[in-house]
Design a protein. Structure first.
Length: 520
């Protein structure tokens, strides 16, 4: 659990697909919250966490199931407001003396309209101003009798107990999901709940920055810290924050594996060394990586070679710092949340993601992870707060294995050169058309195939490339970006004219799933 001085809200997770969205909505209201799985929350945890309010999430289970997930009983005697959502509502009724009925195979799923019933209490302020509210339902079982003290404040044709509350005890229970996009007035619902609970909205980036700096100083003392800098937003923000806290006790290691984009190494090194005045080791290891990748064409082999070498190189250079006790990482909150698995089975490895996992144990280092409580957009906000240039903060994500996974098949220096140039033209086009910020990620992949073309009066036999551009919220799912035909035509012409070695350009219109964002 995190040691913090903000007002705190606890979300007890029962495994809903959308629990993270509750946290997002609350953070947008400047309310600090943490998600913890139900099986990790007991009476002692609750007393220690000392939340100002508790939310019981939805979940796929049934209160009738053997070993149905339940919160500790003390949730209802803490004396703080409690909100139950969907399965959370059923749990509340089950625990407090109401009745839940099995769905008998009839589930309600999707859009529904809730109408007001009875009085309009403060927790529904701003609701029902136009007669009814659109909400999003997703449940099998349903509540059939309320627990003592509860009243109904909203109903829908299929959910007579859509909105219920015991105003005396500050218990609120709803059948629908206020956190999803399809409940358009959901943010207002959470705002009412948190204001009633006494939250003042004290979770701001300014406050976070100060607190994080204090915590880093407490944790690190006068020891040395090393940080692997990739040039991506997360590690950059972490480095700048830590540098602000402990100055030159921090040394960054930037590994150039020869798989970076045009001008990228210079840009990153210049910014951190010259602008931020940070001690920075620029490890030029291009020969080592490209040598090891020579002749390799299997995607997983390529990834493993790069991941393994990265650790070796990082370790070698970190050793030069001498006596470092800590390793800084840009780990984010979504990586930390322990999700509740009801399937229990291991998930299939689609790709071996490249990171410095395993390093801390191997090198006997402790971790400094100042972004562990933040979502990606909060990291960007913190970056702005720390004065990082907007152009840097808004950069598209770039994968650890770099251009290697955008060069299907064998990697050669010739192909990498061509790819860098084509990618630079493509990104330039996107920026010129004002589309960069609308797109989650855009890049060129060079294909392992040569095709015949004609330029001027001559025959060409050059590489084909694929342009990729996607929209996404978190990289887990993605849609291809709907460029205009004019844009695509103009970009293809520019690439073929300006980049020697490419004579054919295609546009990848695969979404994820079934595709992945990168080509390997
Ligand atoms: P995929 O290709 O799996 O990518 O749909 C999803 C997002 O993750 C990035 N990506 C990586 N990032 N190390 C990283 O740091 C990796 O090994 C890696 N592989 C993919 C990818 O660029 C996209 O944003």
């Amino acid at each position: 659990m995190t040691d913090i001085s903000h007002q705190k809200l606890l979300i007890i997770d029962f495994g809903s697909q959308v629990t993270q969205l509750i946290a997002r909505r609350l953070r947008e209201l400047n309310v600090y919250c943490e998600i913890h799985p139900f099986n990790r929350v007991d009476d002692a945890f609750l007393a220690d966490f000392a939340p100002l309010a508790v939310i019981l999430s939805g979940g796929p289970s049934s209160v009738f199931a053997d070993g149905a997930p339940m919160p500790p009983a003390s949730v209802f005697t803490l004396g703080v407001p409690v909100l139950g959502i969907c399965y959370g509502q059923q749990v509340m009724m089950h625990c407090l003396g109401g009745r839940v009925e099995r769905g008998h195979g009839t589930a309600e799923f999707g859009r529904a309209f809730v109408a007001p019933k009875g009085a309009r209490p403060a927790f529904l302020s701003g609701w029902f101003e136009g007669e009814r509210e659109q909400v999003w339902m997703s449940h099998g079982d349903h509540v059939s009798a309320l627990a003592p003290g509860f009243e109904v404040y909203g109903t829908s044709p299929n959910a007579p107990f859509a909105i219920t509350a015991d105003l005396e005890r500050n218990f609120y229970a709803v059948q629908f999901h206020p956190e999803v996009h399809h409940t358009p007035n959901g943010a207002r619902f959470y705002e009412n709940f948190t204001r009633l609970a006494g939250f003042t909205g004290d979770w701001t980036m300014g406050a976070y920055r100060e607190e994080a700096i204090r915590k880093i100083r407490d944790q690190v003392g006068d020891a040395k810290v090393i940080c692997g800098l990739s040039g991506g937003v997360d590690s950059s923000v972490a480095a700048v924050l830590i540098h602000e806290a402990i100055g030159d006790q921090l040394t960054c290691v930037f590994v150039d594996h020869g798989l970076l984009r045009l001008g990228e190494a210079d840009e990153v090194v210049k910014m951190f060394r010259d602008h931020y005045n940070m001690p920075l080791i620029h490890a030029d290891e291009q020969e080592l990586f490209l040598g090891a990748l020579d002749g390799q064409s299997d995607p997983e082999t390529k990834r493993k070679i790069i991941g393994g070498l990265f650790i070796d190189v990082f370790q070698k250079h970190a050793g030069e710092v001498g006596g470092a006790k800590f390793l800084a990482q840009g780990t984010l909150y979504p990586d930390v949340i322990e999700s509740v698995s009801f399937s229990g089975g291991p998930s299939v490895t689609i790709k071996s993601h490249h990171n410095v996992g395993g390093l801390p144990e191997k090198m006997g280092l402790q971790l400094v992870e100042p972004l562990r409580e933040l979502f990606k957009d909060e990291v960007r906000a913190l970056g702005r707060e720390l004065g990082l240039p907007a152009s840097f903060i808004g950069r598209h994500p770039f994968p650890g294995p770099g251009l290697a996974i955008r060069c299907p098949g064998e990697i050669t220096r010739e192909k990498l050169e061509i790819l860098r140039k084509a990618d630079a033209v493509y990104i330039d086009q996107i920026r010129k058309h004002g589309l960069y910020d609308e797109i989650w990620q855009a890049f060129v992949a060079i294909l392992p195939v040569r095709t015949v073309g004609v330029m001027g009066d001559g025959r060409t036999y050059d590489f084909a490339c694929a342009l990729r551009a996607v929209t996404s919220v978190d990289g887990m799912t993605a849609d291809y970006y709907p460029f205009s035909h004019e844009f695509l035509g103009e970009t293809a012409t520019r690439i073929i004219n300006e980049v020697q070695g490419i004579n054919r350009v295609t546009y990848d219109i695969t979404s994820k799933p079934p595709g992945t964002i990168e080509w390997e």
